[in-house]
Design a protein around this ligand. Structure first.
Ligand SMILES: [Cu+2]
Length: 115
């Protein structure tokens, strides 16, 4: 395991994290068995909005009053959270990232795997 400090990350232009990971690692954030319903809780504990985008499958937001419309991107405002759900029916390795491309390029990109 390579450990780097925050100053080293900044010098590399990396200053965003997703689920505690800076950038895309060798291991996925999550692995799902194909065909099951997956749920991901998105918590934005920053002062910036983040447009979270999932490749490979569409999702719905999960709210107390039901499911939201089908989409591939969800804007999560600062200090807000949301839960998304999708049927993991498309095998592959799929990016989950912020669609503010500057955020994505500076660390807010990771991936999930559907097997
Ligand atoms: Cu962002």
């Amino acid at each position: 395991m390579l450990r780097v400090g925050f100053q080293q990350l900044l010098r590399c232009g990396l200053f965003w994290a997703l689920a505690g990971h800076v950038g895309r690692g060798d291991a996925p954030l999550a692995r799902d068995v194909g065909g099951k319903t997956a749920r991901i809780r998105l918590v934005n504990d920053t002062v910036f909005p983040h447009a979270m985008h999932l490749h490979g499958m569409h999702f719905r937001t999960v709210a107390v009053d039901g499911l939201g419309p089908m989409r591939d991107t969800l804007l999560v405002m600062p200090q807000e959270s949301a839960e998304i759900a999708f049927v993991a029916d498309n095998p592959g390795k799929w990016l989950l990232h912020c669609h503010m491309l500057g955020h994505a390029a500076s660390g807010m990109t990771n991936w999930i795997e559907v097997a």
